[in-house]
Design a protein around this ligand. Sequence first.
Ligand code: DP6
Length: 322
Amino acid sequence: MSTASASAHPNIAFIKYWGNRDHELRLPANGSISMNLAGLETRTTVRFDGALAADALVLNGAPAAAAQVARVSGILDLVRGMAGITEFAEVTSSNNFPSGSGIASSSSAFAALALAASAAAGLQLDEAALSRLARRGSGSASRSVPAGFVEWRAADTDEESYAVSVAGEAHWDLVDTIAIISEEHKAVGSTAGHPLADSSPLQAARLAGAEQRLAQARTAILQRDLAALAAVMELDNHLMHAVMMTSQPALLYWQPPSLAVMHAVPAWRAEGLLAGYTLDAGPNVHVLSAAADAAEVAVRLGKLPGVLRVMQASAGGAATLA
Ligand code: DP6
């Protein structure tokens, strides 16, 4: 019997992952770049026990649904295979942020699971191997393994597709102010959405420019150039949502309050308040600004119609054993 615990932060992508070149292996259609979100975290404990008859999963204090257990067992099977063990595991996981907040909890969840499960099985995986393992549970989880500002490179093989830190969390005092517009679970989640990407006639055009946008975002991060990051982040965001809107069936994640934020942020920029926005597969809007402007951004977002509340996070560190 052996136990280990780990914690990881969710992340917000500046350059988005949408579509896979291999769904089974979660090899992404394009590379992506994100920032870990400090203060928000998933904490997970894995206990392998020869007395268990099956894997068990407790999520935020309650037994998880069968589909969630199966997704976790998929990662545990990979770990058992690497470690040469056969014991089932009990997995206990909780988030310190609301699951309906539109924060991608699968990113922190599978990063923490990969680290806790591999350590409990006696494996000492390096960062790249951990990122690859987390990727198999949720693509964006590959980016929650390394620290700070992170790039997940697209590749054709399992061995080559992992995430690396572009800059640590102390590199840049950016703050993500999240405008919560809906606490409901989205109708079509990311896992169901990725296979639809290729049904959009716009996906090919989006992919054709991805390398250039990745390079621009990487440079903007290294130079702490928020104006440049905002420009490429908003372009990349519009391209992803254009693909979503033109896939079959169409995925339209924006709600009227999302659009209100998307109109307000460029107007604030014109007035001298520098910020940029991005949305994942849901209506909530992430607004990135300098830490010095974050309080003002929060006040302004809170006054917009349909914004229920705001949450804030600065850049967070790597997944850690805890
Ligand atoms: C829109 O990583 O959540 O947030 O691999 O099926 O779990 P699965 O998908 P996921 O997709 C993330 C999509 C996104 C953009 C991003 O985070 O890059």
